[in-house]
Design a protein around this ligand. Structure first.
Ligand SMILES: [Zn+2]
Length: 284
């Protein structure tokens, strides 16, 4: 009976003093009860208040919250014909992240699976092409992902905020999201601020590129990020951003594609059916 043996030795173990005194103060009972919950934890059952269910639970197919998942990092991008207004979070909170990726289609059972996978070739112009680039006969694409403050109550078409009848700006509503940028997008955004400013100090409106089947355009909407208007909002944004900053930005970094070693790359490419076209990458 090894367990009872343990209980017999209980008093001699270097346990916390509270436990010891409780055990000492306890009346002589069988060793069995020593291991059970103290009696004072068994609270009397209090009658539960009757919860009224008159909350407004109405929804619709445009209702964002139906599609949101708790803790999910959503992508900042406009729907067709709409605008997405955002500002980058300060880079000293968490810097934008970059890596090269390949977009590979593999056969997963009967289904074609599209994936974004981290290129093995280091970034930079002088890097020696590694296995993945050689095998698919294409360089990895540079991508940047960054945490942004997405303004969720700016005008959905113009990205503007308009004053109310009393001449006040509406308080901003926001969500921390991530934006995915190509090399081309980076160049576009770099040009937006004034000379003495930088892309972290402006509000940007992202729209679908006109005359092209895919891609986005970026325009400056304000010379100062609207969310930085007051300290309370800054604190609120900072608190909301923390869950994506922690763990070295794990959630954001995962948007740069799956990291594979050479063996894993070989296994992946053995199931390859093609390379995803950029037009089809929106869902990735
Ligand atoms: Zn590569």
């Amino acid at each position: 009976m090894p367990i009872q043996q343990f209980d017999d030795d209980f008093e001699n173990l270097p346990v916390q003093s509270t436990t010891k005194s409780a055990a000492a103060a306890a009346p002589a009972v069988s060793t069995k009860t020593h291991t059970q919950k103290p009696v004072e934890n068994e609270e009397e059952e209090t009658p539960k208040p009757k919860v009224s269910d008159d909350e407004d639970l109405a929804t619709d197919f445009d209702d964002e919250k139906v599609y949101a998942r708790t803790g999910q990092l959503n992508q900042c991008r406009p729907d067709k014909g709409k605008a997405a207004r955002f500002a980058f979070i300060p880079k000293d909170w968490f810097a934008p992240q970059t890596a090269k990726n390949h977009f590979i289609e593999t056969l997963d059972g009967k289904d074609v699976k599209k994936g974004r996978y981290r290129c093995l070739t280091p970034m930079g112009a002088n890097a020696e092409p590694q296995f993945c680039c050689v095998a698919v006969d294409k360089d990895g694409d540079v991508e940047v992902v960054a945490l942004v403050v997405r303004y969720t109550n700016a005008d959905p078409v113009s990205g503007k905020y308009v004053k109310d009848a009393e001449g006040n700006w509406p308080p901003i509503e926001f969500e921390i999201q991530f934006v995915r940028l190509s090399q081309f997008n980076m160049r576009q955004i770099k040009k937006l601020p004034d000379e003495d400013s930088d892309p972290f100090k402006i509000d940007i409106v992202m729209t679908n590129a006109e005359g092209r089947a895919f891609g986005y355009e970026f325009n400056r909407k304000s010379n100062a990020p609207r969310w930085m208007g007051d300290q309370a909002k800054i604190d609120e944004v900072k608190a909301a951003a923390q869950k994506f900053i922690k763990d070295n930005g794990r959630k954001l970094r995962s948007k740069l594609g799956q990291k594979l070693n050479l063996t894993e790359w070989k296994a992946l490419l053995s199931k390859r059916v093609g390379e995803s076209k950029i037009e089809n990458l929106e869902e990735l």
